[in-house]
Design a protein around this ligand. Structure first.
Ligand SMILES: NC(=O)c1ccc[n+]([C@@H]2O[C@H](COP(=O)([O-])OP(=O)(O)OC[C@H]3O[C@@H](n4cnc5c(N)ncnc54)[C@H](OP(=O)(O)O)[C@@H]3O)[C@@H](O)[C@H]2O)c1
Length: 263
């Protein structure tokens, strides 16, 4: 499907693969120019795919775990009319916390939390000044569960889930909306990159990233505060409200402990 350029830009982080790749396609098919960003070279190939949809695309390679990477991206973004900000870039890390490399664990926080906040702070100012804009933040249903063997990752997603609702409230009546996307396990390179392939969650059934992206895009354009994708994930979130945290942590252990994948 190809749409006409509506002169507005969508900035999508983490657009090289997975959910972000498909979110970028949703933006392109809705007529937005694309400013896309990821840390590695694959963003260039993704940009070619997006261009084939007839949209204008600029691709930036920047490490959004660093303040200088965010600044590099913003240097380009500030000259564009960014109407949609899809703050999606994120990484996981599996293993027991004390067995993880601390620097790797800190990089999860730097990418998922610090980089995301820094970018939203910059673009959010521009949007508020213009009295218009939509922000989508990729949190996770993982934010509702203490994530044994993924403790830092789940903590970052708990932060983002909470932050998104709070920011959305602060911005009400400004013309800027904030939507928190909370997917469950989705079929992307995330699990391999996080070293979770030998876990039950890594080996289990997953949602289609294209479907997750379509649902998320609609929720963002409708200005909804949040969206949990998939029926079973809605059930998981409902149960997380009533199950005590130590039990949730034990349930997470069964899904994420190294070697928990069925033979
Ligand atoms: N898959 C799931 O089950 C699941 C469930 C809930 C939430 N999520 C969230 O969904 C988001 C997208 O993940 P995904 O599942 O689509 O995984 P993915 O395919 O691994 O995508 C992650 C994207 O983030 C980018 N990225 C990572 N670190 C970056 C950095 N420092 N600077 C710039 N870009 C960076 C990656 O690009 P590079 O490769 O170039 O670094 C890639 O484009 C993440 O926030 C993740 O936490 C995923």
């Amino acid at each position: 499907m190809m749409s006409e350029d509506n002169g507005r830009w969508a900035l999508v982080t983490g657009a090289s693969t997975g959910i972000g790749y498909h979110l970028a396609i949703c933006c392109a098919e809705d007529g937005y120019n694309l400013l896309v960003c990821a840390d590695e070279d694959q963003i260039k190939q993704a940009a070619e795919d997006f261009r084939e949809r007839g949209t204008r695309v600029e691709a930036i390679r920047a490490d959004l775990a660093t303040e200088s990477g965010v600044a590099d991206l913003y240097r380009v973004a500030r000259h564009r009319d960014i109407h949609l900000l899809v703050a999606n870039a994120g990484i996981g890390l599996g293993d027991a916390f004390l067995d993880e490399d601390l620097l790797e664990a800190q990089r999860v926080i730097d990418t998922n939390v610090s980089g995301t906040l820094s970018l939203i702070h910059k673009i959010g100012h521009d949007m508020r000044q213009r009295s218009s804009g939509r922000i989508l933040i990729t949190g996770s249903i993982a934010g509702f569960m203490p994530g044994s063997f993924q403790a830092v990752y789940n903590g970052t997603k708990a932060f983002l889930d909470s932050f998104a609702f709070a920011l959305g409230n602060e911005l009400k009546q400004t013309g800027v909306t904030v939507t928190c996307l909370m997917p469950g396990p989705t079929d992307t390179p995330f699990f391999e990159r996080a070293g979770l392939e030998d876990t039950k969650i890594g080996a289990g059934d997953k949602d289609d990233p294209a479907e997750v992206a379509k649902t998320a895009y609609k929720a963002m354009m409708d200005g909804r505060a949040s969206v949990v994708t998939g029926f079973m994930n809605k059930v998981r979130v409902a149960f997380s409200d009533i199950i005590p945290e130590p039990t949730l942590a034990e349930m997470h252990r069964r899904m994420a402990e190294p070697g928990s994948a069925p033979d």
